[in-house]
Write a protein that binds this ligand. Sequence first.
Ligand SMILES: Nc1nc2c(ncn2[C@@H]2O[C@H](COP(=O)(O)OP(=O)(O)O)[C@@H](O)[C@H]2O)c(=O)[nH]1
Ligand SMILES: [Mg+2]
Length: 215
Amino acid sequence: MAVKRDDFDQLVKISLVGDTGVGKTSIGLRHRCNIFSLSSQSTIGAEFYSRISKYNDKIYKLQIWDRGGDDVDSNSYISAYYKGSDVVIVVFSMDDRKSFENVEKKWLAQIQKYLKSKNLMLILIGNKTDLNTHKITQHEIDSLKTRCGFHHYFPVSAITGMNIAIIFENVCQYIYNIKPSIEPIICTDKTPLNINNNNNMSKTNETKKSCCVII
Ligand SMILES: Nc1nc2c(ncn2[C@@H]2O[C@H](COP(=O)(O)OP(=O)(O)O)[C@@H](O)[C@H]2O)c(=O)[nH]1
Ligand SMILES: [Mg+2]
């Protein structure tokens, strides 16, 4: 069935977080365009893209936010980034131990501070599984998942595309089963914009109508 871009039942905000370099932007690119680009550039501020997904009889507009500036710790930036999130995906890299340690130490601590939603879906992703320099054991991942209450863990690779589509299918399934009615995110044109313009995130009619980016 052909679905019009703005014809959907629910808007679902998904926030990607994790240390710089773990592959958040590459995962987004793989999901959005099914490509991998070696020339990925650092994300400045925050960007989002939208994808329409269908699950059973429902059509979801997934709005995926990709955060740059991990070192920006202004309360207003962080709080605006998380605001209204239905799902948070925390990414670490299989070849970077520090990025794994920061899942709990930095990212979960931040999520707990800024997001109070009781229905929040938390997903843990270990990216770069295509490399054979894994620095984290499955036991450590399982124990982190249980300890921190992640709903799912997915080993993925933005290079091969492994497991990336399935993550978003799981999101739709969760929303369908657990959250029958999510309030749409209301953004007005007064929301401050500060976006890098290396993709279609500039302030076009489309973004004015749909949503915003913060810094
Ligand atoms: N081997 C491998 N490299 C990856 C993968 N995903 C991203 N990268 C590389 O990791 C670097 C950082 O990726 P990027 O998406 O910009 O990370 P971000 O800072 O978290 O957005 C880039 O050089 C990517 O080419 C992956 O699945 N496998
Ligand atoms: Mg990035």
